[in-house]
Design a protein around this ligand. Structure first.
Ligand code: IVH
Length: 703
């Protein structure tokens, strides 16, 4: 089984049981080995794969109770044995992965208690490693890892590095504080810089960085770590009536707690409130500044906790709602080099697609060449891909123990891959020495091309002389050109200059979809630009859309949405200048401009069904007065969806002059066919508001 065969989708909510007892036992063994390695900071299988494995073990045990092994991860706290015994077991938590699971847990608890849980707490599940910190008379005396829950390892020496775990408490009390040691995102970046400066391999991701640092002895350098408390043993009675009060007490002693973190702690009184807060925390996951792998929900009152009790592995009064894993492993297939509009040259990882944080990721940033070389990530490696919230996915490191023998170090480009010019390597982020000028010719020609703003007269030679004369660097500069300036260019007479200025001026009337196409937003093309323009209606709406709103556009997923949002931010100054020059920033006919009022039935467009869904229309051959792109645009203006291929799902085929196989196929499939001239008439009738004629034309062909 290759690492990637299982990497793409793992789903703990639909786990299937193992068929044989041997398969079950092998899975238990695999889970234990992985868990032991995990607590040593070594990820042998990623969290999502581990959770799915444990879910399969659990379902198998439901089917075959007799098979259950005493070492099953469903029964014991999986982790390495240490030599420091815990005062009382450090338990694990049961996991759920969806709302159903959370509600199921609450109703089981309700039954067990014989009454509703009076209060719940909702706090972040921190993705680090659990420790118990012992204070005597206010002084920190011992810090131990969780280990197998009964015994852990002594990490007192390393704990001096940990922010949030003071050496001295604010009061001389004796108490055992329990919580998670982890690395914030900012500290992770800093830690890797320190590692690199010390000639050591970088940490693959924040959790292994925290685990590795806690276990490292006699390192010649320190890297920052943080701590957040989520429990304690020995809190005085009067402060221990509820979890939230105990946590407040710890905070008062100077210990950092989950409640004080950017994620905070909420007290809720119903499971609906719990669900709402879990969702809300999930939405903020990328903005917390540290990795959370879920939400921990607890019955707040100590009385409820005691009544519910615990199994040998986990308390029944608490549950972990796990988010989709934000770090997965997959294979690095290729490293592409991209040159941005400003000349920025960046390495981009092309990956075997993998599900990260709930979406499929097929490419990720490798930041910069310096970073890539230091991380020594190679094509063929199994790499860690991390995606927190709406952040662009990144490769944080490679699994060196799985590196294929043939893997070669990456060779960074010697010259700019776009213009073959020199590269400025003085900064961490490399740039083409020509900066914005690199690629400007390409960008201008694309903007002026027929399918974009269709500016006749703006060809290769003119663009080259405009750039050479320093008159333009981006499309917005075109609108500032005048006849006098243009006539001074080589081989440009007054007549051509006049025509060019007129054509540039005329392009201001092109609809938003053409402007979007012309800007060359990465990961969009002509037809997607049209869909985007129709969906949002105005440039202001396009620019204001969030990643979640982008995902509502047909054909746009989270990955593409993120790139588009980033592109639009980069393009904002050019867009503003285009708008200031009077370039059209709306898409006529977009339903977003005139919301279809289905009840009144008035706003349904000719190529839409009554419910507003578009008819699928194929335009083939040439239509009088329209280019190919304009033909497809017309379909969309009329409310239809244009498609390039004829199939049983096609609702209408427009057949113009010179149409070939598509027209034949339409006849064979007995699809409704509209001649090209009739289509042109239909469009003209629609534009001039002759609704009766529109209906007549369509009624003749559509059944
Ligand atoms: S409560 C008896 N709260 O998650 C209750 N655990 O997967 C024990 N963890 O072993 C745990 N954040 O290391 C609790 N806010 C939180 C937590 C948390 C992270 C860890 C902890 C535990 C593991 C279970």
């Amino acid at each position: 089984m290759s690492a990637t065969a299982t990497a793409s989708i793992v789903d703990p909510t639909h786990a299937q049981p193992f068929y044989t007892h041997d398969e079950y036992l092998a899975a238990v063994e695999r889970a234990l080995r992985a868990a032991t390695a995990y607590y040593a900071g070594d990820v042998t299988i990623d969290d999502a794969t581990y959770d799915a494995l444990v879910a399969r073990i659990a379902v198998t045990e439901d089917h075959h109770p007799a098979w259950q092994s005493t070492t099953s991860p469903t029964r014991v706290v999986a982790g390495p044995t240490g030599d420091v015994p815990h005062s009382e077991p450090m338990l694990s938590l049961d996991n759920v992965f969806a709302e159903d699971g959370l509600r199921g847990w609450a109703s089981r608890l309700h039954k067990a208690l014989g009454q509703r849980v009076a209060q719940y707490t909702i706090e972040p599940k921190i993705d680090g490693l659990a420790v118990a910190a012992h204070y005597r008379d206010g002084r920190l005396t011992l810090v131990a890892t969780r280990g197998d829950g009964r015994t852990g390892e002594d990490v007192t020496a390393q704990a001096r590095l940990v922010a949030g775990l003071p050496q001295q408490l604010a009061a001389p009390v004796s108490i055992e504080v329990r919580g998670e040691v982890f690395m914030t995102n900012a500290d992770f970046t800093a830690a890797n810089e320190i590692r690199i400066a010390n000639g050591e391999p970088v940490f693959a991701h924040p959790r292994s960085a925290a685990a590795g640092t806690m276990r490292a002895i006699n390192r010649g350098y320190d890297v920052p770590l943080s701590f957040l408390a989520y429990a304690a043993v020995g809190v005085p009675e009067q402060h221990a009536q509820s979890h939230s009060e105990s946590i407040e007490y710890l905070a008062g002693l100077g210990v950092a707690t989950t409640a004080q973190s950017s994620a905070g702690m909420v007290v809720g009184t119903s499971i609906d409130e719990v669900v709402d807060n879990v969702v809300a925390l999930g939405a903020r996951r990328g903005q917390l500044g540290f990795a959370v792998d879920g939400v921990v929900v607890k019955a707040n009152y100590a009385a409820d906790q005691q009544a519910a009790g615990s199994s040998s592995r986990a308390p029944r009064w608490s549950i972990a709602y796990k988010f989709p894993a934000d770090t997965r492993t997959t294979t690095l297939l290729r490293i592409d080099v991209q040159v941005g509009r400003t000349g920025l040259i960046t390495p981009v990882a092309v990956l075997e697609p993998v599900q990260v944080g709930g979406v499929i990721v097929a490419s990720a940033t490798l930041h910069n060449f310096a970073d890539l070389l230091l991380r020594d990530v190679r094509v063929g490696d199994t790499v860690f891909v991390r995606r927190a919230g709406e952040v662009i996915p990144e490769i944080t490191g490679a699994k060196l123990d799985e590196r294929p023998e043939t893997a070669q170090p990456f060779e960074p480009p010697a010259v700019c891959p776009r213009c073959q010019g020199e590269i400025d390597r003085t900064q961490k982020r490399w740039r083409c020495l020509r900066g914005r000028a690199c690629g400007a010719a390409e960008a201008l020609l694309y903007y002026a091309s027929r399918d974009a703003m269709d500016i006749e007269g703006l060809g290769d030679k003119v663009v080259d002389s405009l750039l050479a004369a320093g008159l333009v660097t981006d499309p917005a500069d075109l609108y500032g050109l005048d006849v006098a300036t243009l006539s001074r260019l080589d081989r440009m007479g007054t007549l051509s200059a006049t025509n060019l200025v007129a054509n540039i001026e005329a392009s201001k009337l092109k609809p938003l979809s053409r402007v979007l196409t012309g800007l060359g937003v990465r990961m969009t093309g002509r037809s997607l630009s049209r869909r985007i323009a129709r969906h949002f209606g105005t440039m202001a709406a396009v620019q204001a859309a969030t990643v979640a709103e982008w995902e509502l556009v047909d054909g746009i997923g989270a990955g593409r949405a993120q790139v588009i949002v980033a592109e639009l931010i980069e393009l904002a100054p050019v867009i503003d200048r285009l708008a200031a020059h009077g370039v059209t920033m709306v898409e006529p006919g977009s339903p977003a401009l005139e919301p279809a009022d289905a009840e009144q039935g008035g706003a349904v467009l000719p190529l839409q069904r009554r419910d507003g869904t578009p008819l699928t229309v194929v335009v083939t051959g040439s239509i009088p007065g329209l280019s190919r792109t304009e033909g497809n645009e017309a379909v969309e203006v009329l409310g239809g969806k244009s498609s390039g291929s004829v199939s049983g799902k096609t609702d209408l085929v427009v057949v113009g002059d010179g149409a070939g196989s598509k027209a034949d196929r339409a006849t064979n499939l007995r699809l409704p066919v509209l001649p090209g001239e009739r289509f042109a008439e239909l469009l003209a009738a629609h534009r001039s508001g002759k609704h009766k004629q529109v209906r007549q034309i369509l009624r003749a062909v559509l059944r």
